[in-house]
Design a protein around this ligand. Structure first.
Ligand code: IPM
Ligand code: MG
Length: 368
């Protein structure tokens, strides 16, 4: 199969971790006889430095003619106070919006060997295996008005949380579909005691539910969800929620797996894996972590999130389930055999980003 992949390393640790993702992708393609076509593009602060635009037209065009994109991370202190007001993050947000990637899938699965890497007690963590479905192209991130101004009363600012029923329905459906393939439980997270958008969201979820009679739907307020994720994380199967809540809850949930460096994500413009002929298979795959400027350039970042993002790409953009599992198994074996980057080593000896990538490649099946 021909795999045409855009590689967008971005900023900070982005280039280090995407290099390991690419290494794994190349090894899998070679082992399985796929033809890999990689093309690099600029995004984020690095793109601002090169051409003043966090999402250059060429990068967008590159993504549009690729089957999938692997992104590292964007942002960093260097670009915090640019006079022009452009921010690296705008590049990522524009990419998500332009490519209509409304469905962001963030699996949170604890590898048993990492149970001690999490700051939570082992007994609270057993069996953690949940999926957060985050709405990615609406809500506070994109709603208008969005601006700052100064008047006689001083400075003010506004962001707008806006959702249409269409936007809520399509992402809630993704949540139900994933629940059907998992353990048939869907938790819709909102703030319906305060927010009008949440009341609409909750109503729409109730309307969609009869389409999926086998799935148990419950509603949870986001503050309670934040608490339940710590109190009883294994109680969750699929969570579906709006953009900002999903952003916050997934950083929290990453600590259930030991580190921010462990969680991959997929961003899709469609419902995942219904496999109809002619459906767009493009997806953007990226670690949920940021550019980690504090450790960037030192070669110590954890590449697992980027590598597991490659597994999601193989599964969701290319339908290569066996290859996806090979990658996930190789990560599992590397962790089981004690390979660790500094973030999950609890002070013990650790591997560099590059060595961790090599270790994972060494656990891939040879020349299948
Ligand atoms: C994420 C990140 C992004 C977001 C930032 C970099 C804009 O935190 O993917 O979770 O807020 O969506
Ligand atoms: Mg985030």
């Amino acid at each position: 199969m021909k795999l045409s992949v855009a590689v967008l390393p971005g900023d900070g640790v982005g280039p280090e971790v995407t290099a390991q993702g690419v290494k794994v992708l190349k090894a899998v393609a070679e082992g399985r006889g796929h033809v890999l076509k990689l093309s690099r593009g600029l995004v984020g602060g690095t793109a601002i430095d090169h051409c003043g635009d966090p999402l250059p037209q060429e990068t967008l065009a590159l993504c549009m003619r690729s089957d999938a994109a692997l992104l590292g991370a964007v942002g960093g202190p260097k670009w915090d106070n640019l006079g022009s007001g452009v921010k690296p993050e705008d590049g990522l947000l524009a990419l998500r919006k332009e490519l209509k990637l409304f469905a962001n899938l963030r699996p949170v699965k604890l590898h048993p060997a990492l149970i001690d890497a999490s700051p939570l007690k082992p007994e609270a963590l057993r069996g953690v295996d949940l999926m957060v479905v985050r709405e990615l192209t609406g809500g506070l991130y994109f709603g208008r008005p969005k601006r700052r101004w100064t008047s006689s009363k001083g400075r003010s600012a506004v962001d707008t949380m806006r959702y249409s029923e269409h936007e809520a329905r399509r992402i809630i459906r993704v949540g139900f579909q994933l629940a059907v393939k998992r353990r048939n439980r869907l938790t819709s997270v909102d703030k319906a005691n305060v927010l009008e958008t949440s009341r609409l969201w909750r109503q729409v979820a109730g309307e969609v539910a009869p389409e999926y009679p086998g799935v148990a739907l419950d509603h949870m307020l986001v503050d309670n969800a934040a608490m339940q994720l710590i109190r009883n994380p294994a109680g969750f199967d699929v969570i579906v929620t709006e953009n900002t809540f999903g952003d916050i809850l997934t950083d929290e949930a990453s600590m259930l797996c030991g580190s921010m460096g462990m969680l991959p994500s997929a961003s899709l413009a469609r419902e995942p894996g219904n496999g109809q002929a002619g459906e767009t298979r493009f997806g953007l795959y990226e670690p949920i972590h940021g550019s980690a400027p504090d450790i960037a350039g030192r070669g110590v970042a954890n590449p697992v999130a980027a590598i597991l993002s490659v597994a999601m790409m193989l599964r969701l953009s290319f339908g290569l389930e066996a290859e996806a599992r090979e990658v996930e198994d190789a990560v599992g074996k590397a962790l089981s055999s004690g390979r660790r980057t500094a973030d999950i080593a609890a002070g013990a000896d650790s591997l560099s980003c590059d060595e961790m990538g090599d270790a994972i490649v060494s656990f891939l099946p040879k020349g299948s």
